[in-house]
Design a protein around this ligand. Structure first.
Ligand SMILES: C[S@@+](CC[C@H](N)C(=O)[O-])C[C@H]1O[C@@H](n2cnc3c(N)ncnc32)[C@H](O)[C@@H]1O
Length: 208
């Protein structure tokens, strides 16, 4: 799976990338009241949503496997990027966005000191079913109790992924052990029969 993503970035097969900020982010983020917290964006690609979050006054920490995605994000942004390293992760920093290049599952709590919220659009649904369980648990370990996040999942017919179809029942099953969930909306179904679902999550008490 891992190499498949690197191949996709190499070949420019990135139909998941949006040229505009996700409307659900703009609609629902202000209600989460995460003022100024550092936002974790797992499996971030080169999403413009990170620039929007930074524009709202948040430091952003994205994690992305493909160096090509990070190089493109920086090249398409403004200003120089600083390069440095934390452990095994090379990091690019441009303005208020820092992008860590590596496997999300190797990003540990010690790296996550200042994280206060998260944003997942097309991260959970990029992972096959057994890995989604691991993802939900790992995310819970990185997010302090009381902090919030926005999750945009996807339901689709004939679900040979990625992106995988992750319906309401699975979202609830994956996250309920460690988060309080509020279902915010189901988007319009597009002409492929794909429909996004949007959730607000709040990390429950201390035990992951
Ligand atoms: C479907 S794309 C979504 C990207 C971004 N969230 C967006 O909305 O455009 C999933 C991204 O996750 C990256 N990825 C896949 N597995 C990963 C992992 N284990 N750790 C970090 N990044 C990963 C892929 O390279 C790809 O850029």
């Amino acid at each position: 799976m891992t190499n498949e993503w690197l191949e996709r970035w190499r070949d420019g097969r990135i139909a998941f990338h949006r040229d505009a900020v996700h409307p659900a982010l703009e609609r629902y983020w202000p209600d989460l009241q995460n003022q100024g917290s550092k936002i974790l964006v797992p499996l971030c690609g080169k999403s413009l949503d990170m620039r929007w979050l930074a524009g709202q006054g948040h430091p952003v920490l994205g994690i992305e496997l493909a160096e090509a995605a990070i190089e493109q994000f920086v090249a398409e942004g403004q200003g120089d990027a600083l390069r440095y390293r934390q452990g095994d992760f090379p990091i690019w920093r441009q303005g208020n966005v820092e992008l860590w290049c590596g496997d999300f599952f190797h990003f540990h709590i010690a790296h996550a000191a200042e994280i206060g919220a998260f944003y997942d659009r097309a991260a959970l649904i990029a992972l096959p079913q057994p890995t989604r369980q691991r993802y939900a648990f790992h995310l819970a370990q990185l997010i302090p109790p009381g902090s919030k996040g926005l999750l945009i999942s996807l339901m689709r017919p004939n679900a040979k992924g990625p992106p995988y179809s992750v319906g309401h029942e699975e979202v609830e099953k994956l996250f309920t052990p460690n988060f309080e969930l509020t279902h915010l909306e189901d988007g319009k179904t597009d002409d492929r029969g794909w429909q996004e679902s949007v959730w607000a999550l709040t990390r429950r008490g201390p035990v992951a």
